[in-house]
Design a binder for this molecule. Structure first.
Ligand SMILES: Nc1ncnc2c1ncn2[C@@H]1O[C@H](COP(=O)(O)OP(=O)(O)OP(=O)(O)O)[C@@H](O)[C@H]1O
Length: 310
């Protein structure tokens, strides 16, 4: 349905997106995962023709959209990261205002407003002004605005940042529902790997403007098939303990949290008993040592040496 072909964006000093190629098939939920500043917003701004690329192409149904983006715009709903609503107006008035911009009128508009309010779970709050809404409700209304013209493709730019867990859950479930009931195609950008793991059929991982991995979750995780991840939790950590692990030649990578350490070693390496002995020698009490099944976070760590949320 949509293809990004070697898409590039350079700002003066910054090469924000470097030769990124992606495709989105009809009916898929595709994830674009990467830490802050990875280039996700820049990539989707180019995809939705809000920003001109420095190089490359955006194609919709095999036609370039760079000179004439109208066909793609018509079928795209964009949920921006920033809330774009009139806070003095009610939920319903906002939808009416934006619906008119999409040239909806009369009963068609009323019907659409009712349908969207239902989908975002704000039917009973429709008469309330937006500045009384919680962050999560504003985000839901922001999504509703993008759905007014029945888009085939919904592009969501980190739609759950800074909201309460309940609203976040609601948004994730709404995306799933729209996809399964209305066959809506979704491009979902996030730096929360668990959201992308939960929602997406296929995933692209972006870091510093580069696409560093892509495929289904299984394909991406198979990058780690030669390694395993060990999670060590302790009541406290000491430099001595951490340094000993860091300098163990069988350890490929390590990430240190406040009370836990993630260690990546080759699959065949067994450092369980060594770790326990080391903890004893360092006077640490370990609360658990577990082998984790790989997550996308582990893949990111493996590929970049950094945590996704650094
Ligand atoms: N208009 C701009 N002018 C200059 N630099 C920019 C501009 N927009 C983005 N950048 C830079 O491009 C890089 C990628 O930013 P982008 O917003 O696309 O990342 P992101 O993955 O969406 O991260 P975030 O989650 O923080 O929005 C960053 O280094 C950013 O500072």
């Amino acid at each position: 349905m949509i293809e990004l072909v070697e898409l590039t964006k350079k700002f003066k000093q910054i090469h924000a997106v470097k030769n990124v190629s992606m495709f989105i098939e009809k009916g898929e939920i595709v994830g674009l995962l990467g830490p802050n500043g990875a280039g996700k917003s820049t990539a989707i701004s180019m995809l939705s023709s809000l920003m001109e690329p420095t190089g490359g192409d955006v194609r919709y149904l095999n036609k370039s959209m760079l000179k004439n983006p109208a066909p793609l715009r018509k079928v795209t709903g964009m949920v921006p990261q920033e809330i774009a609503l009139y806070t003095e107006l009610t939920a319903e008035e906002n939808l009416r205002f934006f619906g008119r911009l999409y040239r909806l009128r009369g009963t068609e508009l009323n019907k659409k407003i009712d349908e969207v309010l239902e989908q975002i779970g704000l039917t009973d709050r429709r008469k309330e002004v937006v500045n009384k809404f919680s962050g999560g409700m504003k985000r839901r209304l922001n999504i509703g605005v993008a759905m007014l013209h029945d888009p085939e493709l919904l592009i969501m730019d980190e739609p759950t940042v800074g909201i309460d867990p309940q609203s976040r859950n609601y948004i994730l479930e709404t995306v799933k529902r729209l996809n399964s009931e209305k066959q809506m195609t979704v491009l979902y950008t996030s730096h929360y790997m668990e959201e992308v793991e939960y929602l997406c059929d296929r995933i692209y991982i972006l870091d510093k403007g580069n696409l560093i991995a892509s495929g289904t979750q299984e394909q991406i995780k198979s990058i780690l098939s030669t390694e395993k991840t060990i999670l060590v939790q302790a009541n406290r950590l000491t430099d001595e303990f951490v340094n000993a692990i860091k300098t163990n030649p069988t350890v490929n990578r390590i990430i240190v949290g406040e009370m836990e350490i993630t260690i990546i070693v080759p699959k065949e390496v067994n450092i369980f008993s060594w770790l326990i002995k080391l903890a004893e020698e360092s006077g640490l009490e370990l609360s658990s040592v577990n082998i984790k099944t790989p997550t996308l976070e582990d893949v990111f760590l493996h590929l970049t040496g950094r945590a996704l949320r650094d």
